[in-house]
Design a protein. Sequence first.
Length: 435
Amino acid sequence: MARKLALLALLPAFAVIAFGVAFFLFYRGGYDPPPQVEIPYEQIVAPRLPTDASVDSPVTRVKHGLMVVDAMHGNAFTESEFFTLSSRVANRGYDVEFLGGFTPYSQDARYPLLEESLRRADSLVVVLPQLEYSEAEAVLVERFVSKGGKLLLVSDPTRSQRINTLAGRFGLEFRPDYLYDMTEYDLIFQNIIVSEFQPDELTVGLDAITLHAAGSIRSSGPGLAFAGAGTRSSLVEDLERLHPIARGGSRNVLAIADLTFMVPPQNSLLDNDRLISNIADYLTSTEREYGLADFPHFYETGSDAGADILLGRESLWDVGIDMKNGLAAYGVSSGIRGVEDLSRDTVFLGLYEDALPMSRYLQAAGVRIGDTLGTPFTPDLDPERTSVTVLDRNQDRRVLVVLADSPGTLVGAVDRLLDGGFRSDLVTDYVGVGR
């Protein structure tokens, strides 16, 4: 017992000796922080982007327009994923509208929404629709493209979609494969690098892009981006070049089998940022044609735009005010003027007896007013209780002529214009007859 007590008494001494040995072997002194240096504010330099970093600079003139993004076909993407491209489009003067607000609509409900939106739109973007495009909807989009509207189709092989129900109308097929490369890739083999491009406005300034979930496209139009020699398809044999980006049968249709390149942070990799800017230029360089059925969207909105309203006689002042208020409801500013300004868009309201100042527009449209009313593709009509509406397109100017047999009939014709009922009166794309 005494021996144990003696050993316990020696333990503190052993601890002191062990600490001393460790201290002298391993201690290298304390830490003295350097003195604090205060940098004058004027000497602080903001960090700069690398000299080769892409900076968005629109190549098209900034003008007002509308890009409609389909969001009513159960589309499998979010607004935040599309923000980089939509903000670039907005920087070029276009409004961006997500049609449907990401709520799936029934087929019957979708058609009128799409029809009305395409009357106003300059470009349409369809990303990963999970609901099929109906035959009627596809015809609407075809008609829109035929009039000069731009169409962008975007798919992603990792997400469910029914985009080929629309793409097929333009000679395009998004294959259900994904592309991979076991020799040259970004982090993993499915993140392919594309460095061969067809010369085109959409590929200007591109040396290499990276796509992190790309598929291949079969197209009747030209391929714009070519997968490298080491790139393979999960489904397609190597019998043809693989295109993740292509045009359709029309130059107004662009197809991209990848969404990831425009989603942060992938949008900043390689030349992805420049590609997004090129796409924004493409979508905002439209020169679409408007017909009478598109009233009043062929008139530009904004304080520096609008239309002059001319009256065939002073007694039609109230009708002119109705037209002015109706245009204002659509965002089109207008004012009643006494003399035609050949540099401005115009609306002319009058009776048949007032038609002489507008005769050149009527003649160009094939409309004759006399004892009978003659229009293209219809037999001559008794002018009593009738109205005729003509849209003349001359260079950058739009002239709308509305004539009737009486003030009461003219009021009805203006009402039908403003509520859309006139579309059942069309006899050509630019002439309508109301009875």
